[in-house]
Design a protein around this ligand. Structure first.
Ligand code: PLP
Length: 364
């Protein structure tokens, strides 16, 4: 019996041919594939514009640059997230203000409201594990004139649905959004990759320039930027992967629903909740358990990978040892961070693998 991993990327002939065609063209950078990938991704999200870049981490730095966040500015971010959401802020010269998460594991609306000061310029709202943020945060940022940067690294294709039944996709919920195409993500590009999207004209004019040394022409640099461009091979693979995203999301949602339905009577498993009026992208399926080591050992005995996400919240990481909130207590984050365990969910998961996970969960 083979081990079931947490994630497995997809690769097929059409992607292989697109990659080879990009190489054969010898236009390895700055070509049509990047333009096509940016355009099709913006169209998918309903954003005004999108620019491919090297990864989700530089996308966050670029977003802060575009929004002109700098020294002395405060940017609010949840502490329960991948470290890149937080380190982008001091890398841009600004101060990170950490907040707790809600019962859906995304930043808590009330905590964000209370963290706003006259120095607050932006909020990095992480759609953690593929769950969309509390929509009241969108309204709050609007009222307080704060730039809302979505960290959508884990949430390609997640949506909020309004009372008229209209969907807004991640990437078009805030002012600027950042995606990652790391191989384990909901879609990938055959290596490292990221995307920056925006819904605002003012930022769209700066998107292409920020990934290209901040240049407005070959000889003139208007803003601080760097070479953050994506290769043409990666963009060509991304174009094809994006056409599969809806079908893949459908399968992720099918698996999540099966886990939720078939394991609901096991009282040792605290299963994730989906926010009302939203569609989860199920990048991770995380279960809250009392004894994480016993649970991981149990899954391991059934040859199934499981891992805690994220045991060490950002504000407690050594990199933030001088941060004023380094010793701060966050009720929800403290309660769950060591006990939230991710189990396998990926778009190529076969029926036998899904059933093996369900029977392992129910025998715990
Ligand atoms: C929430 C979040 N933000 C940012 C990133 C950074 O993306 P990348 O690995 O492409 O730099 C990740 C990647 O794992 C992530 O999960």
């Amino acid at each position: 019996m083979l081990r079931i991993p947490l994630a497995r990327p997809s690769w097929d002939d059409e992607m292989r041919q697109a990659a080879i065609a990009a190489l054969d063209s010898k236009q390895w950078v700055k070509g049509q594939q990047n333009i096509a990938f940016g355009q099709s991704f913006a169209d998918y999200c309903g954003a005004l514009a999108a620019t491919p870049c090297q990864n989700g981490s530089v996308a966050l730095w670029a977003a802060l640059q575009i929004a002109e966040i700098s020294s002395g500015d405060e940017v609010i971010v949840p502490s329960l997230t991948f470290i890149a959401s937080a380190t982008a802020i001091p890398l841009a010269g600004a101060n990170a203000i950490f907040v707790d998460v809600d019962e859906y594991y995304c930043m808590d609306y009330q905590a964000v409201k209370e963290a706003i000061t006259e120095r607050t310029k932006a909020v990095i709202a992480v759609h953690l594990f593929g769950q969309v943020i509390d929509p009241r945060i969108v309204e709050l940022c609007h009222q307080k004139q704060l730039v809302l940067i979505e960290d959508a690294a884990q949430a390609h294709g997640a949506t909020i649905i309004n009372s008229a039944g209209e969907k807004t996709y991640t990437g078009a919920i805030g002012d600027i959004a950042c995606f990652s195409f790391f191989p384990s993500k909901n879609m990938a590009v055959g290596g490292e990759g990221g995307m920056i999207t925006t819904t605002k004209q003012i930022y769209s004019e700066r998107l292409n320039s920020i990934v290209n040394h901040g240049r407005s022409s070959r000889v003139e640099a208007q803003q601080l930027g760097s070479n953050l461009r994506m290769s043409e091979v990666s963009a060509a693979i991304g174009v094809i992967q994006l056409t599969r995203l809806d079908q893949w999301l459908q399968h992720r949602r099918y698996i999540a629903n099966k886990y939720l339905q078939e394991c609901k009577s096991n009282t040792k498993l605290n299963l994730p909740k989906v926010r009302e009026n939203s569609q989860h992208a199920w990048h991770q399926f995380c279960i809250l358990v009392e004894d994480e080591n016993a649970f991981i050992k149990h899954m391991d005995e059934h040859l199934i990978d499981a891992r805690v996400h994220y045991p060490n919240p950002c504000h407690k990481q050594p990199v933030f040892s001088d941060h004023p909130q380094h010793q701060a207590d966050f009720t929800m984050t403290d309660l769950i961070c060591k006990k939230l365990v991710a189990i396998p969910i990926f778009h190529e998961m076969r029926a036998d693998e899904i059933n093996r996970v369900i029977s392992a969960l129910n025998s715990y």
